[in-house]
Design a protein around this ligand. Structure first.
Ligand SMILES: C[S@@+](CC[C@H](N)C(=O)[O-])C[C@H]1O[C@@H](n2cnc3c(N)ncnc32)[C@H](O)[C@@H]1O
Length: 233
């Protein structure tokens, strides 16, 4: 929190993040956190649901300020949005325009498609190797579990996870909360907290493993044999 407040007093940065917030459906504190994680996290960044680029710009600014080379992959379905303060006739076109204005178009690999279609999965696999993603941002629909199943092997142990709509007035809220809570209970996600009135933030702990223990004792030799193993779930 201290770090986040310090960013508030860096005038140029605060101005850039406030401009990103103008294009974003996420709360400003979530954008500042995305900036922070993109700056400090080891590894690359995978975003699902960029819309017109608010969160993508926050991640791009953080990666730039990290002083390290980080790949940013952002997946957006595209289309139009009506009857909304951020209404647009062409989401993907505005995404490119906003990234370009922020000087970040070349810093981001944009994929125009659905996160779970084969073409997108193949494209992400070509860019990011196993365990290379250090920040995962999901702000798309109500099925974060589906995309964690698609890209879980790309996430580093301890990868920062930003999952929107844990609390939401839309129909996304219920399923998202159930999926996140299940992953927390299974020991695969570790919560940090809730930001921006509905965004869940935490860390990826990796695949859950159930350990089993078997013992066989031979009465004749009084020798005990034990096996310990694990299965991925
Ligand atoms: C809530 S908006 C994202 C807001 C954005 N993160 C921001 O900072 O304003 C959700 C976006 O996800 C996109 N989307 C929904 N399902 C998707 C999917 N499965 N794959 C890729 N994009 C998806 C929608 O087209 C929409 O633009």
């Amino acid at each position: 929190m201290q770090k986040l407040i310090e960013y508030r007093y860096q005038k140029a940065l605060h101005h850039q993040l406030m401009k990103a917030a103008d294009h974003s459906m996420l709360g400003i504190d979530v954008l500042v956190l995305i900036y922070h994680f993109a700056k400090v996290a080891e590894g690359d960044i995978l975003e699902i649901g960029s819309f017109v680029g608010g969160s993508t710009i926050a991640a791009g600014l953080g990666a730039r300020d990290s002083g390290r080379r980080k790949k940013i992959i952002s997946i957006e379905l595209g289309g139009r949005l009506k009857d909304h303060r951020l209404a647009t006739r062409d989401i993907f076109k505005d995404l490119k325009k906003n990234l370009s204005r922020a000087g970040l178009l070349d810093a981001v690999t944009l994929i125009n498609g659905s996160s779970f279609e084969e073409r997108t999965i193949t494209a992400v696999r070509e860019i990011a190797g196993p365990g290379q993603i250090g920040l995962f941002i999901f702000d798309a629909d109500s099925n974060v579990r589906r995309d964690i199943d698609c890209y879980g092997d790309k996430l580093a142990q301890g990868c920062w996870m930003v999952i929107d709509d844990y609390f939401s007035a839309t129909e996304k809220g219920g399923p998202t909360r159930i999926q996140v809570d299940d992953l927390v209970s299974a020991g695969r996600l570790q919560p940090l907290g809730f930001y921006g009135w509905g965004t869940w933030i935490g860390r990826w702990l990796g695949s859950a493993i159930i350990f089993f223990y078997m013992q066989a004792a031979s009465t004749e030799s009084l020798m005990t044999l034990s096996w310990v193993g694990g299965v991925d779930i």
